[in-house]
Write a protein that binds this ligand. Structure first.
Ligand code: ATP
Ligand code: MN
Length: 466
């Protein structure tokens, strides 16, 4: 009897297990009894999308009395022999010899039915939704991608860096920030009450991080290549399908990388991860392509196989203006590219991933490197079909005098960022990096319409359950 077998192991080695006794454990997806006296139990253990068909004789004395309790959602153990399946849709099945019930699920109240549930409904039962095909598949892809991201950077000499979750700097003023305080809101010294912060935990204003980039720069200028992969918080009061209040961000930062090196890294990164999904998540990808987004597989193949187009922001604006396309937001040099513009470029104009570089200085944060034209900075966005912008990055300003000018221009306090300025006073060096929202990536590789399905426990305005 081989114990501790995952159903994925059985399906992955069909020949090897046929005729052998095994023990499997999982949750019942469905059960149906045939007139011929056989009960068919679909058992899923989360190791893969497919469920294992368990074949149980209704009159088998070993478990006859138990079968009525084998309801949808119940947790069970089955011992039996693997056999070739005569049924359609599966190569093998399990002939049950012994069944044990770990935990019954009452069919009168178990919320997951065989039918398809809406994602809105499933969010309300976030403790049970991982047992659905879609959330199970997303969760496996998410985990596989996390591993692949660490592997990608490790193979290229990048050190994994843990940047603080609580910070005292409002980095780039990206969206709204969450304040961290131990003071009761009614305390006379509570933030907003017009008093000093001396009674508060950090004795000054503190926030949840919106980005680990500035701290990553510190370590890039010592270790050479680093990356962060951690939680990030933005109190964006927008209810969009692309924004979460808590999300995970990946931010590589490399010394001696110029914008071109940075673009190469971002391109390799996206190609590598798209290939991981194609090669290592084939079953889940097929599911998403069949049930969520028909173009998904071909989008990923395009990312892996096509060279990326690289154009300047100025060229992009020109292309958009000449396209004759009607956009909701006007296209004008100096305006930010909106999702509709980004998608038009990558889906219609070039039909492949696009890197857009050299954005107007006025659009971008103070730390981006000013180009010789004085009007643009060495920024880069990577656009992909179906999503638009997936990565944003830049070469950072390493020249002390230019950085100070930029800070003045953008109203950034030099006192608050003393340490950032000192990095330009003591052994400054060219360096670059980018940021990628992990859930945007998960959305891109699964075709999910809403980012709330791309994270186990979504936090959005009005929602922080579970
Ligand atoms: P957007 O314009 O979509 O709000 P942004 O310009 O605020 O993005 P950056 O500050 O460049 O984004 O952050 C880097 C990456 O983090 C983005 O490219 C995106 O993938 C991701 N990201 C940003 N905000 C969120 C959010 N609220 N929820 C999930 N991912 C996000
Ligand atoms: Mn934003």
């Amino acid at each position: 009897m081989e114990k501790g077998i995952r159903i994925a192991d059985l399906f992955g080695n069909e020949g090897e297990y046929t005729g052998k006794p095994v023990r499997v454990q999982g949750w019942v997806r469905t059960r149906r009894d045939s007139k011929a006296g056989i009960s068919f139990i679909e058992l899923n253990d989360g190791s893969c999308l497919k469920s294992l068909q368990v074949v149980a004789g209704l009159e088998n004395p070993a478990y006859r009395d138990l079968l009525e309790k084998i309801t949808n959602g119940s947790a069970v153990m089955v011992e039996g022999t693997v056999s070739a399946s005569p049924g359609k849709g599966q190569a093998i099945e399990l002939q049950a010899e012994r069944i044990e019930l770990y935990g019954w699920a009452d069919p009168a109240t178990y919320p997951l039915q065989k039918k398809r549930h809406s994602f809105e409904f499933l969010r309300q039962i976030a403790h049970l939704r991982p047992r659905t095909n879609t959330i199970g598949a997303v969760s496996r892809v998410r985990s596989r991608l996390s591993y692949a991201i660490h592997r990608f950077f490790a193979e290229r000499g990048f050190n994994y860096l843990h940047t603080p979750i609580i910070t005292a700097s409002d980095c780039e003023g990206a969206g709204e920030i969450f304040r961290v305080t131990t003071l009761d809101p009614l305390h006379p010294a509570a933030p907003g009450a017009g008093n000093s912060y001396q009674d508060d935990f950090f004795a000054k204003p503190a926030y949840l991080t919106v980005s680990g980039q500035l701290q990553a720069e510190i370590f890039a200028l010592a270790l050479g290549r680093v990356y962060t992969f951690g939680p990030t918080f933005r109190a964006e009061n927008s209810n969009t399908s692309r924004h979460l209040a808590e999300f995970w961000m990946i931010e590589p930062e490399a010394a001696f990388y110029d914008l071109e090196d940075n673009l190469d890294l971002a391109r390799d990164f996206i190609k590598n991860l798209a290939a991981v999904v194609l090669n290592e998540c084939a079953e889940d990808l097929d599911f998403f392509t069949r049930f969520i987004e028909p173009e998904l597989r071909s989008r990923l193949e395009t990312v892996v196989n096509s060279p990326f187009e690289v154009i300047t922001y100025t060229e992009a604006v020109d292309r958009l203006q000449k396209s004759g396309e009607k956009f909701v937001y006007p296209v004008e040099w100096g305006n930010d590219l909106q999702a509709e513009h980004e998608r038009f470029l990558t889906e219609k104009v070039f039909q492949r991933p696009v890197g857009v570089i050299d954005f107007p200085r006025s659009l971008k944060p103070f730390y981006m490197r000013v180009n010789d034209d004085q009007k643009t900075v060495g920024a880069m966005d990577i656009l992909v079909p179906g999503t638009g912008e997936i990565i944003g990055g830049s070469q950072r300003e390493e020249r002390l005098d230019v950085l100070l000018d930029q800070m003045k221009l953008k109203g950034i306090s030099i006192e608050d960022y003393r340490w950032y300025v000192e990095l330009r006073q003591f052994g400054s060096a060219p360096h670059s990096g980018f940021g990628l929202g992990f859930e945007r990536l998960v959305q891109f590789v699964t075709g999910l319409a809403n980012i709330r399905e791309a994270i186990p426990f979504p936090r959005t305005p009005g929602h922080a359950e579970f």
